[in-house]
Design a protein. Structure first.
Length: 330
């Protein structure tokens, strides 16, 4: 990357509970140099901030005379956050920050434009601009991982609602008798179909005596407590019947959820990303076929369900995507 080229690049920053990643992203959504450092999320606010600046500083060192590079910095962070002030409120996965003015502190240090957004919403924007949602007017994006997050885009703009708290699709209840989620509600799709939920469900089945019928216990070194959603994915790829049963159950739960989303929003496309989505990719067509049983919308089969373009780097792309549109935190 030359100095002249670098001036056209945005910096995308992905802040998570365990890591901070940063990268240069061009106007086509291609990620170039990128860095990754540990996130000190359980320390002081200053230590958490130092993790973010360490990732950005390491990235800027990759560009000669980086102080002369014009740049916008877009930051994806876990919510809740205040878009109007750029303040991180009280994210459960980043307890070091409580009412922390992240956008202002980054702008003060780097003297550039800084934009802040919820991670799933920003990732959805990147998909709409450059990824699987390109060319579609209205997009529903869901990321399936440790938890479940969503982004809703109308005419290329993130839908925030009245206060910025809209699009918490991972906490839509589909079973009011279901287990209680960390958000306090019962039967949210997150508590039923996230990676954490898949791991919990398979461990329960193995404890009931299904271990002999599955290779998952062996994959986990004989320790039921070590079985995770990643174990399920590996076992399914090897033809394990219990792993397939677990993933089919998860697909059924997601079908109910997506049926509700279709009836509420009728998007032009449904994009699914995140680590769990990779496992469930073979079931996407099955989910789409089952949608009519959970939709009032008679034309639901016209809506494609597709895999996200961006995987582990969705936060970097999402941060950079913020630099292309007006933002409330600007």
């Amino acid at each position: 990357m030359t100095q002249m080229e670098a001036s056209a690049y945005a910096i995308g920053v992905d802040v998570g509970g365990t890591k901070v990643a940063a990268g240069f992203v061009d106007s086509h959504g291609e990620i170039h140099q990128h860095t990754r450092v540990p996130m000190h999320s359980h320390g002081t606010a200053a230590e958490g901030f130092a993790s973010v600046t360490a990732a950005i500083d390491a990235l800027l060192k990759l560009v000669p005379d980086s102080n002369r590079v014009a740049r916008c910095i877009g930051i994806c962070a876990p919510g809740p956050l205040d878009l109007h002030t750029g303040v991180i409120l009280n994210p459960p996965n980043v307890p070091c920050w409580r009412n922390f003015p992240l956008a202002a502190e980054i702008a003060r240090r780097y003297a550039g434009s800084v934009k802040l957004e919820n991670d799933a919403k920003a990732a959805g924007l990147a998909e709409a601009l450059w990824g699987a949602g390109k060319g579609y007017k209205n997009v529903f994006y869901g990321t399936l991982g440790t938890g479940i997050g969503t982004g809703i885009l109308f005419d290329g703009h993130i839908y925030h609602g009245r206060t910025g708290a809209a699009a918490e699709g991972g906490h839509v209840t589909i079973d009011y008798n279901g287990p209680r989620c960390s958000c306090g509600k019962k039967g949210c799709i997150e508590i039923l179909a996230s990676g954490t939920a898949i791991g919990r469900r398979v461990r329960a089945k193995l404890a009931e005596g299904n271990a002999r019928a599955s290779a998952m216990l062996e994959l986990a070194g004989g320790d039921i407590n070590a079985v995770t959603s990643e174990t399920v994915g590996k076992a399914y790829a090897a033809g394990d019947p219990l792993a397939k049963e677990i993933l089919l159950e998860t697909a059924d739960l997601l079908t109910i959820w997506l049926g509700n989303m279709v009836d509420l929003l009728e998007p032009d496309v449904i994009i699914i990303g995140g680590g769990v989505a990779t496992m469930l990719n073979p079931f996407f067509e099955e989910i789409r076929k089952r949608l009519p049983g959970w939709c009032l919308n008679s034309r639901c089969l016209e809506i494609p369900i597709v895999s996200a373009r961006y995987g582990a780097e969705s936060g970097i792309a999402g941060g950079a995507a913020l630099c292309t549109v007006p933002c409330a935190a600007e």
